[in-house]
Design a protein around this ligand. Structure first.
Ligand SMILES: [Zn+2]
Length: 199
């Protein structure tokens, strides 16, 4: 009886040891497959890492966006936009009147996209905290797309200017491809916001 128990114990240890090492092997393979990240001239790891990002710091997204555009296209948006109003909103979507392009999580207004010197983007705090870090990056690029590029919404869910910025299936490579199209002004069905001429 003692021998049998001992035998079972040893078998169990061996099985555990095997499954442990199999687990590690398969993890290694998955990591290699998942992290073939597309090239981008800026790194997003700081804003996508919960340890280094400060979720209450919206300016980090402007800084990232400006650096991204600059090294991708050579354009300096920071120089052009001297007045930055990028802020949290504590009202609900329903309480915010006449956000011209409300996305139910963030909005931009005529005062921003019809004035090259101004960036005006409000972010609904409660909804914001429910998004993952990649969604937040996507949402902010979307709003800067309205404000800085004057883009209207796209009808393709793969584009940053698609109105639903709450998609949960986006990955970093999808983001990099989408922002490259956005910077090159080369996504399908591109449209621009028309501003009142009398301002
Ligand atoms: Zn929008």
């Amino acid at each position: 009886m003692l021998n049998k128990t001992l035998y079972i114990s040893i078998s169990l240890i061996l099985v555990l040891a095997c499954s442990k090492s199999n687990e590690l092997d398969s993890d290694d393979v998955i990591i290699e497959e998942e992290f073939e990240q597309l090239y981008s001239c800026v790194s997003y790891s700081d804003v996508l890492d919960p340890k280094t990002t400060n979720q209450d710091d919206l300016m980090q997204y402007w800084v990232k966006f400006v650096a991204d555009v600059k090294c991708t296209r050579g354009q300096d948006f920071d120089e052009q936009h001297s007045q930055l109003n990028i802020f949290f909103e504590y009202r609900t979507a329903a309480q915010i009147s006449q956000g011209v392009t409300p996305d139910h999580i963030a909005y931009s207004t005529f005062s921003g996209y019809c004035n090259d010197a101004i960036v005006n983007v409000g972010v609904l705090y409660n909804e914001w905290t429910e998004k993952n870090l990649l969604q937040r990056l996507w949402i902010m690029y979307h709003e800067f797309g309205h404000d800085v590029y004057k883009y209207e919404h796209s009808s393709s869910p793969a584009d940053i200017m698609y109105p639903s910025s709450t998609r949960s299936d986006i990955d970093i490579n999808g983001f990099i491809e989408a922002k490259d199209r956005m910077f090159k002004r080369s996504f399908t069905g591109i449209k621009y916001i028309s501003c009142p001429t009398d301002t």
